[in-house]
Design a binder for this molecule. Structure first.
Ligand code: ADP
Length: 650
């Protein structure tokens, strides 16, 4: 079954890869959080500033109202006085007959007492030409107003035209500022003169403190006539037109002094509305400011028009405390927003962690189930393959047994083939003693007929010896021909060599082959089956004899050596003086059924079977050519274990 279900992959569970988009999302989140905090701070600032400004405006308005009514009270308190002066008979009479000294003195006295009683700056009467005919300060002599021509003053002109004149002006002679109110003095419909009172504005200067902020009072010409800041005095809130300047020159309202522009750009329309000015307050710092450093500040300007007058009152409230409070509130809002965000983040994170935990557990469970299924599948597959392997092993063992049986059979067949080849020689070996036995037994019969029992006995003894000799010839053959299973044992190589040579004894002699057997009995003991080793040696000796059939020199050499440096250590060399093995033949030497011999002479199995036999005992068979000519076949075998070194068993 195929592996599926990507959600159970270990990398997903234990080592998640980090794609790019979550970090982008995080970045975006940080930016948004920053924006939210910034927005909260900004909103906090704006709202606090608005509220603070509103509160300050309300408070300033309230103070302004109080202040305005105080000023109105101070200024208007004496406004009605000029109207009452015409009621005085002396004044009327004086104006009708100005040169009457007694009347002048009486009116002056009246005016002086009136002025003293009212607490005004001056009270005086002008004739219809605008010349002061009587004054409260007549006792000052030359410094008094008497005789002064004030026809240029607007209050005179307005009263002459039958109206009440009122305006601010600086005294032409005294240089003292004041509020002038005038009233026509009539005789029926005719205006005889003008009664005027000059009211001091000093009391206003004493109550600036009740406003708690810089303030000013501007007259009809928008010229500041009073201010809590002396430097603002006699400045114009609006640009004075040329016409107005000429007019002021004539009327000398401000004693013809220079009227510069007011340093701040205030709106003239300010009444109930307020205006906010950005910048440093001119002419010094606000009263509550830190004198050590100039402060860039915003100023809230509020205005009020005095009731029934064109005078305007302006108050300049410092917005710094509002701004400071707004900054504080802005920071608080930002901190609160940050806290709320962090709280939200924390709660969200907690929720996510909880969800991830559940998901991880589910994934783990799924992975576990999948793993269990896999293990079960793999176990099943392993069990199946195990069973299959066992079956295969059993089959292979069976095949090996069959092969072994076939090999044994083949070895036996090869043995029989060798025996067949040996049969001629053996037969020849047996022919001679057999013939001798026949002759001896025939002679023995003859000796018996003759009654020569002694000769019979001698012949029979000789026959017995010959029979033993024949038995000795047959005995090795019996052993060799025996069908046996290979059993490794300690095998004396010299014994196996002499057995093999014995079987070929007759043929060796017949073919005139010189044998050099250099194997000493008991010297080289190999670990193999003696019968099988004999079979191998018989094969090699037979092949050597075949190879030397047509050569002049026929020498067969057998040698056994032990070389502990080699594996396996024992070497049995069978060399001949034949033509050697050609290269093409050498490559195919051990192939089954390869032979260069005529049909019926060789099967081509000798060397193949011999090598199989030797390898079965962990040895090997190699073929080589001798430097002086001839072939050399080497059998390598392991040495038999030393009996003295063998572990003793109990
Ligand atoms: P067979 O003897 O039946 O031919 P073998 O397997 O014993 O089969 O030998 C295979 C071949 O090896 C022989 O036919 C022969 O050509 C070659 N051969 C074996 N021994 C020798 C030797 N001593 N000298 C030269 N050639 C040899």
């Amino acid at each position: 079954m195929e592996h599926r279900g990507t959600d159970t992959e270990p990398s997903r569970i234990f080592g998640p890869r980090r794609p790019i988009w979550p970090s982008l999302r995080r970045l975006l989140g940080i930016v948004l959080a920053g924006l939210a905090v910034g927005l909260a701070g900004w909103s906090g600032f704006r709202i606090s500033e608005q509220h603070g400004t509103l509160a300050l405006r309300d408070e300033s308005n309230h103070r302004l109202d109080l202040f305005a009514s105080a000023v109105e009270g101070m200024v208007k308190r004496l406004e009605h006085v000029p109207a009452t002066i015409q009621l005085n008979q002396d004044v009327q009479a004086l104006l009708l007959e100005p040169r009457h000294a007694l009347r002048v003195s009486r009116v002056n006295d009246y005016l002086r007492r009136l002025n003293a009683h009212l607490g005004s700056l001056a009270v005086f009467v002008l004739d219809e030409r605008g010349v002061v005919v009587a004054s409260s300060n007549s006792e000052l002599g030359d410094d008094s107003q008497l005789g002064e021509d004030l026809s240029f003053r607007p209050y005179f002109l307005e009263a002459l035209s039958g109206q009440v004149g009122r305006h601010f002006a600086i005294g032409a002679k005294s240089g003292q500022p004041g509020y002038f109110v005038s009233h026509p003095i009539r005789d029926g419909a005719r205006v005889l003169g003008v009664a005027t009172i000059k009211i001091s504005l000093d009391p206003v200067d004493e109550v600036w403190d009740m406003l708690g902020a810089p303030a000013l009072l501007a007259d009809t010409n928008q010229v500041v006539i009073l201010s809590s800041r002396p430097e603002w005095r006699y400045t114009a809130l609006a640009e004075l037109s040329l016409e107005r300047r000429v007019d002021l020159q004539i009327t000398r309202l401000y004693n013809n002094q220079q009227i510069p522009r007011f340093p701040l750009p205030v709106k003239l329309s300010i009444d109930e509305d307020s205006q906010v000015l950005e910048g440093v307050l001119p002419g010094g710092l606000p009263p509550d400011s830190d004198a050590a450093r100039p402060v860039r500040s915003s100023t809230l300007v509020l205005g009020r028009t005095l009731d029934g007058m064109d005078w305007r009152l302006l108050i300049f409230s410092d917005l710094r405390s509002v701004r400071n409070q707004a900054v504080l509130n802005s920071m608080l809002s930002a901190v609160a927003a940050g806290f709320v965000l962090l709280l939200a983040l924390y709660l969200n994170q907690r929720r996510r962690i909880a969800r991830q935990k559940i998901e991880s557990r589910q994934m783990l469970e799924r992975a576990n189930t999948e793993l269990e299924h896999k293990v079960a599948r793999r176990t099943r597959a392993l069990t199946d393959s195990n069973t299959r392997l066992r079956r295969e092993i059993a089959e292979r063992e069976q095949a090996e047994l069959t092969l072994r049986a076939a090999q044994d059979e083949l070895v036996h067949v090869a043995k029989m083939a060798v025996l067949g080849q040996l049969a001629t020689g053996i037969t020849h070996e047996l022919t001679q003693p057999l013939g001798a036995i026949r002759t001896l037994s025939g002679n023995a019969l003859e000796f018996m007929r003759r009654g020569d029992l002694k000769a019979v006995q001698g012949n029979l003894q000789f026959v017995t010896r010959l029979a033993d000799q024949m038995g000795n010839i047959i005995q090795p053959l019996k052993g060799f021909a025996r069908k046996s299973l290979a059993q490794p044992a300690a095998t004396d190589v010299a014994h196996a060599v002499s057995n093999a040579l014995f079987l070929y004894d007759q043929r060796l002699r017949k073919e005139g082959i010189t044998v050099h057997n250099r194997c000493e009995p008991g010297q080289i003991i190999a670990w193999c089956d003696p019968n099988r080793l004999e079979q191998v040696l018989i094969n090699l000796i037979g092949n050597a004899m075949d190879a030397m059939r047509d050569t002049a020199v026929k020498v067969l050499t057998l040698e056994a050596v032990s070389d502990p440096a080699c594996t396996p250590p024992l070497r049995i060399e069978v060399s001949d003086s034949g033509p050697g093995v050609p290269e093409d033949v050498r490559q195919r030497l051990f192939e089954p059924f390869f032979t260069t011999k005529e049909a019926g002479v060789g099967l081509g199995l000798g060397l193949a079977i011999s090598r199989d036999i030797v390898r079965e005992f962990h040895g090997d068979l190699e073929a080589d050519n001798l430097p002086g000519g001839g072939a050399c076949f080497t059998v390598r075998l392991p040495a038999a274990p030393d009996p003295e070194e063998e572990p003793t068993t109990t």
